[in-house]
Design a binder for this molecule. Structure first.
Ligand SMILES: Nc1ncnc2c1ncn2[C@@H]1O[C@H](COP(=O)(O)OP(=O)(O)OP(=O)(O)O)[C@@H](O)[C@H]1O
Ligand SMILES: [Mg+2]
Length: 346
């Protein structure tokens, strides 16, 4: 049965990358997936055709089917949601399906070229109290806004590793935007991760929840805290990076499959040997750096609500720096008057 799948996946027309045809709705509908295989796939965290399309044959090894069959299943899933080789001009069309989510600050949106992108990961890193979790809370509210107001008309999934999520903050922010707090709260799916393995497990099994609830924002706050405390010492560095890499790979797969914004937060470590430039760097080093496409460094301006956001790396945008405020209302712009008084040194 799986043999005719290959032929089908070659047939997929590139333009389908933009408007997927829903040929297979459930994983059992895929050629070569019987009830037993479907069961094993679910145990591995593949509940949807979308997540299977992002899998690799190696990841399907524990299912116990041949490599050829794994390729066939993945190929069918890909053709179903319309992923295939594309020409560069079609890539352009794909880019047009990227949506943007407002951060709440026009200034920050500006350095991000209009807001946080779907299909990629945005990382906020900075010291304790720099506003990373505050931005995450604000995004959970903003994602529910109509696109005309910078939202994505969708729900949020919040993976919390440090028990920092506060409903009270969501209610304050929702009220400020004139939204019904009760409704807003219903559209945030919350999961606390107790260990790094649990954190990975949650994402590995998130595809169904994302699909059923129209989740358009996936947050992991903090990405690195558990990894940092569990993998201590030099010899643990390699396994830690490997796991982090896998975790990020899963996240980017979900963001692409469901056209969602993915956000992670990260603390910073002091660099003892740096005399010039920034003496801090985000935890997780280069692996996290390479997979998270857009990185924003947050820091306190001085005492008070003002924060400095610097776009440190992006696949296509120049570096940039802007200021914003964390207030009772949430993430806000700093007014011109406030800027003027800041530059007068107050
Ligand atoms: N209701 C509020 N009104 C005004 N400012 C607030 C309010 N709640 C939080 N803040 C501000 O946000 C700060 C906390 O920021 P946040 O929790 O986002 O830090 P973080 O970067 O996530 O830190 P960590 O690394 O510890 O997770 C507080 O110190 C305060 O300045
Ligand atoms: Mg935090």
């Amino acid at each position: 049965m799986s043999e005719d799948v290959d032929a089908e996946s070659h047939e997929a027309e590139p333009v389908e990358t933009v408007s997927p045809k829903k040929k297979y709705e459930f994983i059992e509908d895929l050629p070569g997936v019987g009830p037993a295989t479907a069961q094993k796939l679910r145990e591995l965290g593949y509940h949807t055709v979308e997540s299977l399309a992002m899998a690799t044959a190696r990841e399907l090894e524990p299912v116990g089917v041949s490599e050829k069959k794994s390729f066939a299943i993945i190929g069918a899933a890909r053709s179903a949601i319309g992923i295939s080789f594309v020409r560069a001009d079609e890539l352009y069309k794909m880019r047009q399906t990227v949506l943007r989510l407002t951060s709440g600050s026009k200034a920050l949106d500006g350095i991000l070229d209009g807001g946080l992108e779907t299909q990629t990961i945005t990382e906020f890193y900075g010291e304790y109290g720099s506003g990373k979790s505050q931005i995450c809370h604000q995004l959970c509210v903003n994602v529910q806004l109509h696109p005309e107001r910078g939202g994505l008309n969708g729900a949020a999934l919040y993976v919390d590793t440090e028990n920092t999520f506060r409903l009270e903050r969501i209610v304050q922010m929702a009220k400020h935007l004139g939204l019904d707090p009760e409704q807003v709260v219903k559209n945030i799916i919350y999961a606390e991760a107790y260990t790094s393995d649990h954190q990975m497990f949650l994402l590995e099994n998130a595809d169904e929840v994302i699909k059923a609830n129209n989740v358009k924002l996936i947050i992991v706050d903090s990405l690195t805290a558990h990894f940092r405390s569990e993998y201590v010492g030099r010899e643990m560095l390699a396994p830690r990076q490997q796991k982090l890499n896998k975790h990020m790979h899963k996240l980017i797969g979900l963001a692409r499959a469901f056209n969602a914004v993915a956000v992670v937060t990260n603390q910073v470590m002091a660099k003892p040997d740096v005399f010039f430039g920034d003496a801090v760097h985000p935890i997780g080093g280069h692996i996290v750096g390479h997979t998270s496409h857009t990185r924003v460094y947050l820091r306190r301006a001085s005492h008070g609500p003002v924060r400095i956001a610097r776009l440190v790396s992006s696949p296509y945008l120049p570096e940039g720096e802007e200021i914003l405020k964390v207030t009772e209302n949430g993430i806000e712009d700093v007014s011109e008057e406030e800027k003027a008084s800041r530059s007068r040194g107050r």
